[in-house]
Design a protein around this ligand. Structure first.
Ligand SMILES: [Ca+2]
Length: 282
């Protein structure tokens, strides 16, 4: 009796598992006929916004910095020892326009544009590289203390904001990279740590948090997190598009804002796509 009951339960569990697999897998293939064959997609609405388009993304790129530097051109900084680079590519096709490899002892991190110069952080070397456009011709380096994680530029106040994995953002003078001020980031009285990639959007700082599926919006005057977006539906879509489970380091990282369309370009480390997303106003 015990065995029969166990066998019955086992069959029931198997059927439930198969049904679950069928029902969870089916919808995933209705809008996409394969990761590298069809980039079109049906818009996906989720609680905090809508995913409306996917754009090919280099799965070798360990994304650390993402910024739209003109109407059509995306700049991306990628990390990893021996593989770090800065790359310019078409924002709709992903076609590479220019790329520059870092030396093997450098780990690329955040990047941003100041006037016509790209600035790229390195993780632990205390060096920020500069490049002129459109050819990524290297210019003079900047030097700073501490780690480099994310970088964005507040053009209105002429301030570069750098994250270092802690709850502190450091503002630098864009001409000299001298430290101007620091900002403690907090939410409901608690420090917000592991702040990673950054993006300046309409006077606020949008930030990835390392190993998190959330993007937070930081008021640069107070350090208060004034909004938090939950991007787990985007991470789930990207993982499906990837065709296999993400490793624990293939995290959401990379925010570029298109002021013309009020849309965000969001990606992750070694993701197959960058996604165009409309975020709800909060
Ligand atoms: Ca960015």
């Amino acid at each position: 009796m015990g065995m029969r009951k166990s066998s019955y339960l086992s069959s029931l569990l198997s059927l439930t598992l198969i049904a679950t697999l069928v029902f969870t897998t089916l919808p995933l293939f209705t809008g996409c006929s394969g990761a590298n064959q069809n980039h079109d997609m049906k818009p996906v609405t989720f609680e905090d916004g809508q995913i409306i388009q996917r754009i090919p993304h280099d799965t070798k790129s360990f994304t650390q910095g993402l910024e739209l530097i003109s109407e059509n051109v995306m700049a991306e900084s990628s990390g990893m020892w021996g593989e770090s680079a800065v790359t310019l590519y078409d924002k709709t096709t992903g076609k590479v326009r220019a790329t520059h490899r870092l030396s093997d002892d450098e780990f690329g991190e955040g990047l941003t544009l100041v006037d016509n110069t790209l600035i790229q952080l390195t993780w632990q070397k205390g060096v920020a590289h500069t490049y002129s456009l459109p050819d990524l011709t290297p210019g003079p380096d900047f030097h700073y203390t501490g780690e480099g994680w994310g970088l964005c530029y507040d053009n209105d106040n002429r301030l570069l904001w750098r994250s270092d994995g802690s709850d502190t953002l450091t503002a630098h003078d864009p001409a000299t990279f001298e430290e101007v001020q620091t900002l403690q980031v907090h939410e409901n009285g608690q420090p917000v740590v592991q702040i990673n990639e950054l993006e300046m959007v309409q006077g606020n700082i949008y930030a990835n948090l390392w190993h998190s599926e959330d993007i937070v919006v930081i008021d640069p005057k107070s350090g208060e997190v004034i909004a938090r977006y939950h991007l787990s539906p985007l991470v789930a879509l990207a993982e499906t598009d990837n065709g296999q489970a993400f490793t624990k380091e293939q995290v959401l990282n990379g925010i570029a804002y298109d002021a013309q369309t009020n849309r965000f370009y969001l990606t992750g480390k070694q993701w197959p796509y960058t996604y165009v997303v409309e975020l709800k106003a909060k």
